[in-house]
Structures are given as C-alpha cells and as structure tokens.
Design a binder for this molecule. Structure first.
Ligand code: SAM
Length: 285
C-alpha cells in the first residue's frame, strides 16, 4: 500500500500518465489519482479527459510553468494540513521537459515526502527501442528553436561520446534533423521515434544523411511527436586524452616520439600504445 494513513502530513505523488496509448496507465497511478485529495495538473482540461476515461472523479488544480511558484506555496500548505496531492503533466513523466521541478524541490525542502509513481516516458521508450547504446546516455530535452542557437548547442555536443536524446515537435523536426546532420556529420547513426505507443508509431534507424532524405521525401513522417536518439561520437577523445595528446605533441618537438609518449604515459596514466598510435596518425595527416 502507498497510503500514508499514519502520517500527519500529506505526500506529494509524482504520477506518470500515458504518452499516447491510454492502456499504459499503471494500476498504482489509477489508485493514487483516485485516493489523493487533490491533483495538480499541467492542463486541467487535458487531465480531466484522462480522469473521465479512467472513471475517476477528483479535484484538479492547475500547475504550469507560469504559476508553479505561487501554486507551490499553496500546495505545501495543503500538505501541511495532511492532504495528499498528485502531480501530473499532459503526458508521460512530470518534470521531464514538463512542469514540476520547482514544486518537487520546494516540497522536499519543506520536509515533506515526494513519492514517484513511475510509468511512461517518451525518452525511455525511444531509447529502449532504438537499438543504440543504452549503457550511458544524455537527455538534452528540446534544442533551441532558432537555427543559430541550435547549431551552437549542437557544436557543444558534437564530441559527446554518450548516446544523445532530444525531444522535437512536428514544426521543427526537419530543420533540427538537418542541423544535427550538418554538425554531427552524415554518417552518424540515429533513430527517429515518432508517435510512440500511438497508431502511427514509427521507429526508424539510419545514418543522419539517410534520415534527412527519408523524412524530406515523406511528409507523413513529419507529423506528430518525436524523440531523436543519436549515437554518441565514438571517435571522440576524452578531455584527459586530448590533454595527453597535446603534451605528446609538445614533447615530441624535443624528444623522439617513443620517449615523448613514455614520459606522457607516466605523467598522465594514459596507455602508451594508443598515445603513440594517435601521435603517428596526427603526423601522417
Ligand atoms: N513528460 C513527457 C515524457 O515523459 O516523455 C514529455 C513532455 S514534452 C512537453 C513533450 C515532448 O515529448 C514531445 O514534443 C515529444 O518530443 C516527446 N513525446 C511525448 N510523447 C511522445 C510520443 N508518443 N512519441 C514521441 N515523442 C513523444
């Protein structure tokens, strides 16, 4: 049981809701949404429809980006008086490119318990079905809407070795994908995950160049909601490796290359052989 009947103060439940397919609501989410005293929703009309579908009637209060701070204070008062509150967003897991961060932070800071009720999340659904590396990944949310700022942000991420996950909308999918290809290169593998859990669910993996061609040639593929999963830069060196390479380049002006790499390997702890091989490759360029 998740009930806190023995507690004098209320709990805040962070409840995930479906990202398309309404069957993805969990039993626990249904029970919490029924049992709490109040549901804080990003869009009360949207959540009202979900509750209607689930045959749940409960009190709704709006909590979105523009009123989160003032609502947080009110909600903490309700917790203080022993009321239980559920936080939901329009789709998926609240706080993941959705409102709720300020509320959760304030509720925890005020000493009240925050309980996650996990469920659908477009990022995780896309990543787990993409076929790309899942051992390490970075979630970047939405890229900037203007191409200049977007390109700048992509330049920062270009050498990221971990898998990258972005959210994107129908309005910008073609432009963003084109910018990603231009900055990350044509050959990088990526997955477009569109309309997950819905009728036109499409999960398509190819090189960035082929994906750009594919999406431009079929306007149906630009409709709906998107997650972009991009392979990390496998060739990219870590900051430590780049520094070690720089040291080899400086030292090799005074010492034979084998000696320069030995010294740098000893100082930095990097392995000698790859240091030497990379130095040779740079010389032969
Ligand atoms: N909190 C949500 C979650 O847990 O995934 C994300 C909310 S964010 C405002 C909305 C974005 O998530 C969409 O623009 C899209 O990029 C992605 N998204 C949501 N549902 C999706 C779906 N069914 N298929 C693909 N992407 C989806």
């Amino acid at each position: 049981m998740t009930s806190n009947m023995t507690s004098n103060t209320g709990f805040l439940y962070v409840v995930a809701t479906p990202i398309g397919n309404l069957s993805d609501i969990t039993e626990r989410a249904k029970r919490i949404l029924t049992d709490v005293d109040l549901i804080a929703a990003e869009d009360t009309r949207h959540t009202g429809s979900l509750l209607k579908h689930l045959n749940i009637s409960n009190k709704l209060i709006s909590l979105h980006d523009h009123n989160e701070r003032s609502q947080a204070e009110k909600l903490i008062e309700r917790l203080k008086s022993g009321k239980n509150i559920a936080l939901v967003s329009d789709a998926g897991t609240p706080l993941i490119s959705d409102p709720g961060y300020h509320l959760v932070r304030e509720v925890r800071a005020a000493g009240y318990k925050v309980v996650p009720i996990p469920g659908a999340c477009a990022m995780i659904a896309a990543l787990s079905s993409s076929g790309l590396a899942t051992d390490r990944f970075v979630f970047e949310g939405f890229l900037p809407s203007k191409s200049g700022a977007r390109t700048k942000q992509l330049e920062v991420l270009k050498n990221e070795p971990r898998t990258l996950v972005f959210y994107e909308s129908t309005h910008r999918i073609v432009d963003s994908l084109t910018d990603i290809r231009d900055v990350f290169g044509e050959d990088r593998t990526a997955t477009i995950a569109r309309e997950l859990t819905k009728t036109f669910e499409t999960i398509h993996t190819d090189t960035l160049e082929n994906l750009v061609t594919w999406i431009k040639n079929d306007s149906n593929q630009t409709r709906g909601e998107f997650v972009l999963v991009i392979s990390g830069n496998e060739q990219a060196l870590s900051a430590d490796e780049s520094n070690a390479d720089r040291m080899v380049d400086i030292l090799s002006k005074k010492l034979p290359l084998t000696q320069a790499t030995s010294v740098v390997a000893e100082i930095t702890g990097e392995r000698k052989k790859p240091l030497y091989q990379r130095a040779l490759e740079r010389k032969n360029k």
